[in-house]
Design a protein around this ligand. Structure first.
Ligand SMILES: *Cc1c(COP(=O)(O)O)cnc(C)c1O
Length: 491
C-alpha cells in the first residue's frame, strides 16, 4: 500500500468538510424552512451560472452547497412527510453510505465492504422471512430489482423449453405475466424491456380488500395455456403501493406452480411488514416464492438507490445477466480463496447477476441499520408505523365527515373528507385533491393521493423514521377544517 501521499490542494480534508456538512444537515432537519418553491427565484438565480472556467475552490464550493443547495432540498425528510413510499435515511445508514463512498466506492474486491454486501443480503432475507436459501443482489431500487427478478423468470421459462434466451434471444413464443390490477407499473416496464410486452401483463381482478382473486388468476392462466401462451410468471404483491394490500400469497403461488409458472413476490415496500406479528399471518406462502424483491430504501430507511432481488439460485441470475468474460475484468476469473491482495479477485460476481457493473457498496448502509437496530429495533419501527396508520384510521372512523376507504393492512391508510348528502363523487374527488394541495401549501402534513375503488383518497404512508406521534397531532382535525372551509366556499 502506498503511504504518505501528500493531499492535493484540490481535495480539502474530509474531517472538517463533513463536520460542516453534518452541522448544516442537522439544521436542515430541525429548523422551520419555507418550501423551496417560495424562494425559487433566489436559488435559481444563485445556481444558474455558466460552466465555471476557473473553479472557486473547495471552501467556497462547500459554502455554496450548504447555503444554497441544502436549505432548498425536498421535504421528504420532514417528520410530517407521508407521501408516496419514499423517505430520507436515518443518521447511521446515511453516515455508513458516506463512509462507503470513500472507503469502498464500489462493491468488488476482497474487502470488508464486499463481505458486508453479501452478509447484509443474507440478513435481509432472514429479516423479511424469506429463508436462508434465498440469495440476493442489490440494484438501484424496486424498478431494477423487479427487472432482474423477472429476467430470471424469463431465463428459467425458456430453459424449461431448451433455450438460453439471454444468449439467443426470444423466439416469438407468446408469453404472459399475471399480476393484480393493483400491481406497481414497474412490472409492465420490465415486461417491455424483457421482450414479453407490456400488453402481455394480465391484470387479475381484485376482491373488496384489493387483493388478487385466485379464482380469476386461474381462469386467466388456463385460458392462455389453452391458447398456446406460455405463463412465464405470476407476480404477487406483498404490500401494494396504493393501499398496502397483501395478495393471498399461498393460493397465488400454488396456482403459479401448478401451471409451471415462476412465482415472484414484489415486496418493495411491504416485505419488512412481516416483522409486525399482527400481520405476519398474511405472509403465509412466502416460502413458495421463486424470487422476491425488497427496497431497503423504503421501509428500512437507507439512502435512496437501494433495492434487493432474491432468488433461490444465483447461478440462474448469472446465466440471465452475464456479459460473458471480459479482458478488462481479469480478476473476475480468480478464486477469492487464493487472493493474496484484495485486488486479486472480485468477490461475489455481482456484475453478472444483474444489469449494473460499477455500483456502490450499498450493503454497507443496510448492514449498518440492521447492526444499529437489530431485528427487534426494526420490528418496533415497523410496528410503530403500522400504529400510525391505525391511529389515523381510528380518528377517521370517529369523525362523521371523514370516510375510511381502506382499513390499514400495513402503514398506509386511505380516507377522504366526505360531508355526506348533496356532494357527488366527482365533486368529492376535486375537493379532496384541493384539500391535499392546501395541506402541502400551508401545513407540515404531507400525505399523497391515490384512487381507491374509483374515488380519490388522501393517502398517508408511514415509512419515515423521523415521524413521531406528535407529528400526527392535529392532522385529521386539519383535514376536517380544510374540508369544511372548502364546502363553505362552494358557489
Ligand atoms: C416503490 C415500488 C416499486 C418501485 O420501486 P422503486 O424503488 O421506486 O424503483 C415496485 N413495486 C412496489 C410494490 C413498490 O412499492
Amino acid at each position: 500500500m502506498m503511504c504518505g501521499m501528500p493531499s492535493t490542494p484540490l481535495t480539502g480534508d474530509l474531517g472538517t468538510t463533513y463536520a460542516r456538512v453534518g452541522a448544516a444537515l442537522d439544521l436542515f432537519l430541525t429548523e422551520d424552512r419555507p418550501d423551496p418553491v417560495t424562494r425559487r427565484a433566489e436559488w435559481t438565480g444563485a445556481l444558474e451560472q455558466p460552466l465555471p472556467e476557473r473553479g472557486v475552490g473547495s471552501d467556497a464550493t462547500v459554502t455554496e452547497l450548504l447555503d444554497v443547495v441544502v436549505p432548498n432540498g425536498t421535504r421528504v425528510s420532514d417528520p410530517g412527510f407521508w407521501g408516496w413510499i419514499v423517505t430520507g435515511p436515518s443518521t447511521v445508514p446515511a453516515a455508513a453510505s458516506a463512509a462507503a463512498l470513500i472507503a469502498a466506492p464500489h462493491r468488488y474486491s476482497i474487502t470488508a465492504s464486499n463481505l458486508v454486501e453479501d452478509l447484509s443480503l443474507r440478513w435481509l432475507a432472514e429479516l423479511c422471512g424469506l429463508g436462508a436459501h434465498m440469495r440476493g443482489v442489490y440494484s438501484s431500487g424496486g424498478s431494477t430489482a423487479n427487472l432482474v427478478a423477472l429476467g430470471a423468470a424469463r431465463q428459467w421459462a425458456f430453459e424449461q423449453r431448451g433455450r438460453d434466451v439471454a444468449r439467443d434471444g426470444v423466439d416469438g413464443t407468446p408469453l404472459a405475466l399475471y399480476a393484480s390490477a393493483e400491481v406497481h407499473h414497474t412490472i409492465q416496464r420490465s415486461a417491455g424491456v424483457l421482450g414479453i410486452g407490456r400488453s402481455q401483463v394480465r391484470m387479475v381482478p381484485v376482491d373488496a380488500d384489493l387483493r388478487m382473486r385466485p379464482d380469476a388468476l386461474e381462469e386467466l392462466i388456463a385460458r392462455d395455456v389453452s391458447d398456446g401462451v406460455v405463463p412465464v410468471a405470476v407476480i404477487g404483491t406483498a404490500g401494494t403501493t396504493n393501499t398496502g394490500a397483501i395478495d393471498p400469497l399461498r393460493s397465488v403461488g400454488e396456482i403459479a406452480h401448478r401451471y409451471g409458472a415462476w412465482f415472484h413476490v414484489d415486496g418493495a415496500y411491504g416485505l419488512p411488514g412481516s416483522l409486525d406479528d399482527r400481520v405476519r399471518p398474511l405472509y403465509d406462502g412466502l416460502e413458495l416464492a421463486d424470487s422476491a424483491i425488497v427496497d431497503p430504501h423504503k421501509w428500512l430507511g437507507v439512502p435512496v438507490g437501494t433495492g434487493a432481488t432474491f432468488v433461490r439460485d444465483r447461478e440462474l441470475l448469472r446465466r440471465a445477466f452475464t456479459q460473458e468474460p471480459a479482458d478488462y475484468l481479469a480478476p473476475q476469473e480468480n478464486s477469492d480463496a487464493d487472493a493474496q491482495t484484495s485486488l486479486d479477485a472480485m468477490g461475489v460476481p455481482y456484475a453478472d447477476l444483474g444489469v449494473e457493473l460499477t455500483a456502490p457498496a450499498r450493503g454497507v448502509a443496510v448492514w449498518a441499520v440492521l447492526r444499529e437496530l437489530g431485528r427487534e429495533g426494526m420490528a418496533a419501527r415497523i410496528r410503530q408505523d403500522d400504529d400510525f396508520a391505525r391511529r389515523v384510521a381510528d380518528e377517521v372512523r370517529a369523525h362523521p365527515r371523514l370516510e375510511l376507504l381502506t382499513e390499514p393492512t400495513l402503514s398506509i391508510v386511505c380516507f377522504r373528507y366526505a360531508p355526506g348528502h348533496g356532494v357527488d363523487d366527482d365533486e368529492l374527488d376535486a375537493l379532496n385533491a384541493e384539500l391535499v394541495h392546501r395541506l402541502h401549501l400551508s401545513t407540515p402534513y404531507i400525505p399523497s393521493t391515490t384512487r381507491v375503488h374509483g374515488v380519490l383518497a388522501i393517502r398517508p404512508c408511514f415509512v419515515n423514521s423521523r415521524t413521531t406521534d406528535e407529528a400526527l397531532d392535529g392532522f385529521t382535525d386539519t383535514v376536517v377544517a380544510f374540508g369544511d372551509a372548502l364546502i363553505a366556499a362552494r358557489p
